[in-house]
Design a protein around this ligand. Structure first.
Ligand SMILES: NC(=O)c1ccc[n+]([C@@H]2O[C@H](COP(=O)([O-])OP(=O)(O)OC[C@H]3O[C@@H](n4cnc5c(N)ncnc54)[C@H](O)[C@@H]3O)[C@@H](O)[C@H]2O)c1
Length: 281
């Protein structure tokens, strides 16, 4: 269904493209013969990637910060100026840092700016241009399971990623009403993926844990779901199966329906029942 968007010569714009999931996506799309407009704040890493994949396809690198509307405007102007269209906008840049429910307000603002408002801003700049162009197109926003089952520990990140889920659902609906299949939106939710974001959370020199997927594994899985036209692209990893994800989401939603305590999965009185639910006993 979305094969036309990923066809040779079409244009992908990726934020946070210099490392991790964004870089794996860039390499994947370059191998498909797509033209690329890559955006990151890390000029050195972005330049290196541009040189690497620039040998196989047309690549334009734009250094900037996703929290800057001016930088995102430059990205859009560059993509349309150099390539004339955007087939795929992947709002991928994100950061995680702990900020508790009554934590540092500046850290909250940074999490929301980086993970949510950057996408609101990118959508406000890109979507009107993409709607006006001739070819079909899609927006892919990076969510997180932390924005769906919202485990304790990273309240600000979870709130931001929950916001990304809602924002992307609203975008998908509005686009469907306005233009049908001409432009679509997709929520891309990785499982545990071995990228600099997660490497940084482990002691230096740690090897990839068994349960983590590589970014390439993740993008290969994403590719099939995106081509099929899925909206919710919830990815497994080496430890969490799609069935485990479905059960965890069902349990989280039923907290509200059954009037259980918030986040009952992690509540001492409910943990046993959650384990039994997961085991189907
Ligand atoms: N890795 C995982 O397990 C995982 C799981 C769920 C969701 N995600 C989401 O996937 C996305 C990518 O994650 P990742 O693991 O590849 O991250 P990463 O930290 O490995 O790479 C992120 C890239 O974004 C760039 N970046 C950071 N801040 C930026 C800014 N302000 N402006 C422009 N570029 C910036 C970095 O320089 C880096 O190149 C994020 O939105 C993240 O929340 C990741």
């Amino acid at each position: 269904m979305n094969d036309d968007i990923l066809s040779p010569g079409r244009v992908a714009v990726i934020t946070g493209a210099a490392a991790g999931i964004g870089a794996a996506a860039a390499r994947h799309y370059a191998a498909l013969g797509m033209r690329l407009c890559l955006f990151d704040r890390d000029a050195d890493a972005l330049g290196k990637l541009e040189r690497d994949i620039g040998e196989t396809t047309a690549v334009r690198a734009v250094v900037g910060d996703v929290t800057s509307a001016d930088d995102l405007q430059t990205l859009c102007t560059t993509a349309y100026g150099d390539f004339g269209e955007v087939a795929l906008l992947m709002n991928n840049a994100g950061v995680i840092s702990g900020a508790g429910p009554w934590g540092d307000v500046a850290a909250w603002r940074h999490q929301l700016d980086m993970n949510l408002f950057s996408i609101v801003t990118a959508q406000s700049i890109f979507v009107p241009r993409m709607l006006a162009q001739e070819g079909r197109s899609a927006v892919v926003n990076l969510g997180s399971k932390e924005g769906i089952t919202t485990p304790p520990g990273n309240a600000a990140y979870s709130a931001a990623k929950a916001g990304v889920k809602v924002l992307t659902e609203q975008l998908a609906h509005e686009l469907r009403v306005a233009v049908g299949e001409k432009m679509t939106a997709h929520l891309f939710v990785p499982g545990y993926t071995w990228t600099p974001m997660n490497v940084a959370l482990k002691p230096e020199g740690s090897a990839k844990p068994e349960e983590a997927w590589t970014a390439k594994q993740l993008i290969d899985h994403f590719d099939g779901c995106f081509r099929r036209g899925d909206f919710y692209i919830l990815c497994p990893d080496g430890a969490v199966t799609p069935e485990m994800d479905r059960l965890r989401i069902r349990w989280a939603m039923e907290d509200m329906i059954a009037n259980r305590p918030a986040l009952s999965r992690w509540h001492p009185e409910w943990m046993g029942r959650f384990k039994a639910f997961m085991a189907g006993t």
